[in-house]
Design a protein around this ligand. Sequence first.
Ligand code: SF4
Length: 313
Amino acid sequence: MRTGILDRNGKDTGVDPFMASYPHLIDVGIMGHCVHGKTGLCAKAGIGCYQSGMLVEQPDMTVEDFRWITGQSSGRCNQFALGGRGDPDQHENFEEILMICREYNIVPNFTTSGYGMTSRIADLCKKYCGAVAVSWYRNEYTQKAIRLLLDAGVKTNIHYVLGKNSIDILVLEDVSKLAQFSKNIASINDISKITMDRNHSAWGEFSEEVADNDPELCELAQKVNNSSGDEQETALAEMLAYIRKPSSMSGFSRFGEDHDDFRYKWNGDWNDLLALAKRLWSGYGADEEGGREHDEIDFTRGIVESYAEYDLK
Ligand code: SF4
């Protein structure tokens, strides 16, 4: 059955559904306060908490409320991501919460700092949870929690935030620690490169694929608009070359800010370039534009290279 939208005879209609009748995964915020956050360890690790876990103290979700939500989701939702302000494994009725999930046939998963992890909690996770993720806080309790979970046979993920600010520490310190937990990582040479690509699209003033406040570029666009035939083609080639020049003022654009380099992809259609020249000259940006942002983390050289790539049209 492809679509799940059935006719009166129970046959697939082939009509694609606009949305599911109920979420397949629900994030249930069972925690109201965070022991880990209150210790200041989270802030010390440089984490900005969108739940203000260091300051806000609210009661955790009651078992009754959790049962109410789970009852409604039974038979319609397959998984819960337990969360909220704090580590779900520190909920005062954690075991009961997990048992309710089992009762209603919903698989619970969650992410934890690992701060309060014990072998008993790890055993409960093994019995009831699909997977548990531990955030990498570069602390002993993080490593202890991962070890406890792995020893209990829990499917365990490590959430590691990698960026320009953590590449050095990954290379120098973390890889050897991570290697204790994964037979696939023995040294930095086992991970040579990770590339992360993000598609980007934007509207209005944020969407300009090249800076329209660059006088030289606008002058070239004007030349395109005031010419025709071979002369226009030459002017278009000049404009394209200028845009592709690394020293162009493309940095004025918001997309790709923080990237080391800007690149432009052009599909070879001169009409697209002509339209771009018109826009640059008239001062009106395109309504919507798109591109890609790339970050390449090179572990062997210990560097991150990033560039933003625009679609020129
Ligand atoms: S562990 Fe999570 S909820 Fe607690 S302070 Fe840190 S980020 Fe916030």
